[in-house]
Design a protein around this ligand. Structure first.
Ligand SMILES: [Zn+2]
Length: 636
């Protein structure tokens, strides 16, 4: 089986990547751009910046402390290798295969005889190995190497990359195993890499080493830093923590590993701990986009309800990591709230990052851009995460390769199987050719223009000998959905809806999801957006760009009428709004509420947030202030 995550057991089983083919549509198009543009783009930048040559310099003995790139630049090569492995298997593209061989050869030459592999430490005048566990990222890099090797092992079998990874993993186990160095890496990742590598090789030693790293964390083994030990989750043991805190990507990679270890060891206490952390963090520390991370200072979670739209960090990598956690929790429990959050994050974080041509990316994904960004120079490295425009590459460039590996394996996240049938969680035009336990084949084609349209047509492609169950996810937002079999239509409540029978080729099940745009009201405890509404349509959150206003300067002083239901228009929605005349105010704190001095009401055009800034620089907001002379509707 080929899949990024293959637990030995669980309530849901992922389908193999070879069993699902995206045939176009929203995600198929993005996957194709990733294949034809993003992968080569990433390799070209890493060549240009010397991140690839770092491996050559270790091999020929010429490296030193002056090497280019941050201590984690090796991991970008490994994430690209992972993406290439999924891509090579998906399409058989000879260029992807050639790139794997070319990159693997350079990586392999840099490996020390004892298995240690890192271009930043331990060679020439560089700092000694493991001399900066807090910030050195050595084990983090190795974790990504192991994930790349898992992709290669499952799509191709043993090769040089897998052999390199095995030696590196054995080195880690020898160095940090029982009786060895009592340390952990400041950036979790080795844990999730070891756990999956152990599954792929059916070698429990690696899973056990992952467990050891997990349980060592949270006891203050890492040096205290100005951001505090919560930054790297070394403040509270993971079994005792109630919420995600600190650096968001670190917290989420750690949680993903904890689910893996919990499942492989039958450790229900650990699994419950991650579920508890997910619940609290999703209820109080997550943006409407699914984005996570409220603070730029530490790329981290804020306190409960600390969700400012303009200072939202919402790193693209945190979106990837959130999907990693939710997918693992779904496979373990079968609970659809996890696949609901995956959908939200896919459409509003993952889809937002890359440009249409796949050669520029958002790193941070704020919900409010007050000042138009400058167009990014496609030939320049962006020194900053926040820019207001997608950048070709970053000084810290973790996000592009993370998007690349996610899109290359995205078809693995659409559906699962269980003992009795097939469950489809994400709707995209695709062909599914799977096998149920006992070797019973199931074969369905999905036709849909989702999310532009809410009609999802599932056509059975082959006769079945015996009854099986087709289950479809009805998203939490989709109250009023219906399911049609033949000439019978019935309501489909949010959650799961199933049809069981001995299907015949040509049978059709049609799920209709209501796609009327809708207002969404933030919890009043989220102070930063109190008195505002958002508009969502299906799984997409909509936003307003200044370029869609008659006067772009009106973005700051626009208010909307909450009694006028948003109307659908091609490509988005319109709401009723007006721009308050607030000019000439010398002091922004008057004695009474601002309410008078209204402008004319007009139709305000909103479009999906994931497409913002594609037409050029713009200011943008997602939460829209409610007009104060119109009381907001009652209710929750
Ligand atoms: Zn990133």
């Amino acid at each position: 089986m080929t899949s990024p995550v293959l637990p030995s057991h669980g309530r849901a089983r992922p389908l193999g990547l070879a069993q699902v083919t995206l045939t176009g549509g929203f995600w198929g198009d993005r996957q194709a751009v990733n294949a034809t543009a993003t992968l080569a783009h990433c390799e070209a930048w890493m060549e240009r910046l010397g991140w690839l040559a770092n491996f050559d310099r270790v091999a020929d003995g010429t490296t030193g402390p002056d090497r280019p790139g941050w201590s984690f630049s090796d991991s970008e090569v490994y994430k690209l290798l992972e993406a290439l492995a999924w891509e090579s298997a998906r399409t058989g593209d000879p260029e992807a295969e050639a790139a794997i061989k070319r990159l693997t050869a350079r990586v392999a030459h840099a490996q020390d005889p004892d298995g240690y592999l890192n271009t930043c430490f331990g060679h020439g005048d560089q700092p000694p190995r493991y001399s900066d566990l807090e910030m050195g990222h050595e084990l983090y890099n190795t974790g990504h190497l192991l994930q790349a090797a898992v992709a290669r092992l499952r799509t191709h079998g043993e090769d040089d990359l897998v052999r390199v990874a095995r030696r590196a993993a054995d080195h880690v186990c020898r160095t940090f195993g029982p009786g060895g160095l009592d340390g952990i890496c400041g950036h979790p990742e080795i844990e999730v890499g070891l756990a999956e590598f152990g599954r792929a090789l059916e070698d429990k030693r690696y899973v056990e080493q992952a467990r050891l790293f997990l349980d060592r964390r949270g006891h203050g083994r890492l040096r205290d830093i100005p951001l505090g030990r919560a930054y790297f989750q070394d403040d509270v043991p993971i079994r005792q923590a109630d919420v995600w805190r600190g650096h968001a990507v670190r917290a989420l990679y750690l949680a993903a590993a904890a689910v893996d270890v919990a499942v492989e060891r039958g450790d229900d206490e650990l699994l419950r701990a991650v579920e508890r952390q997910w619940e609290h963090s999703v209820a109080r520390r997550t943006y409407i986009t699914g984005g996570m991370g409220s603070r730029h200072q530490d790329e981290g979670f804020g306190e409960d309800w600390e969700l400012p739209p303009d200072r939202a960090y919402c790193e693209t990598c945190a979106g990837v990591a959130s999907i990693m956690v939710s997918w693992r929790l779904h496979l373990a429990t079968g609970d659809v709230r996890y696949t609901d959050l995956i959908e939200r994050t896919l459409y509003n974080v993952i889809a937002t990052s890359p440009s249409a041509d796949g050669r520029a990316f958002f790193y941070a994904n704020p919900l409010h851009q007050r000042v138009s960004g400058k167009p990014a120079d496609p030939d320049e490295v962006s020194p900053r995460a926040e820019a207001g425009a997608r950048a070709a590459w970053f000084d810290v460039s973790c996000c592009p390769t993370n998007v690349a590996r996610t899109l290359a394996s995205l078809h693995g996240y659409l559906a699962t199987s269980d003992d009795d049938g097939l469950r489809i969680h994400q709707y995209a035009p695709c062909e599914i050719r799977a096998e149920l336990p006992g070797g019973r084949p199931v074969s369905v084609d999905v036709e849909t223009a989702y999310p532009e349209s809410g009609t999802v047509r599932v056509r059975i492609a082959a006769d079945a000998d015996a009854p099986w169950t087709l289950t479809l996810r009805v998203p939490a937002w989709a109250a009023g959905a219906t399911l049609t079999e033949g000439d019978r239509t019935r309501p489909a409540e949010p959650g799961l809806v199933s049809v069981r029978r001995a299907f015949r080729a040509g049978d059709e099940i049609v799920l209709d999801l209501p796609m009327e745009p809708r207002f969404t009201w933030p919890d009043p405890r989220i102070d930063a957006v109190r008195g505002c509404v958002a508009v969502e349509r299906g799984p997409e959150v909509l936003c307003l760009e200044s370029r869609d206003l008659p006067d772009p300067g009106g973005l700051d002083s626009l208010v909307v009428d909450p009694r006028a239901v948003p109307r659908a228009v091609p490509g988005g929605a319109v709401v009723r709004g007006r721009v308050l005349d607030l000019a000439g105010r010398a002091w922004p704190y008057p004695a009474g509420p601002v309410g008078a001095a209204p402008g004319e009401w007009f139709d305000v055009r909103l479009a999906p947030y994931h497409g913002w800034a594609r037409r050029g620089p713009s200011s943008m907001r997602l939460f829209l202030p409610v007009s104060s002379d119109q009381p907001p509707p009652q209710g929750e």
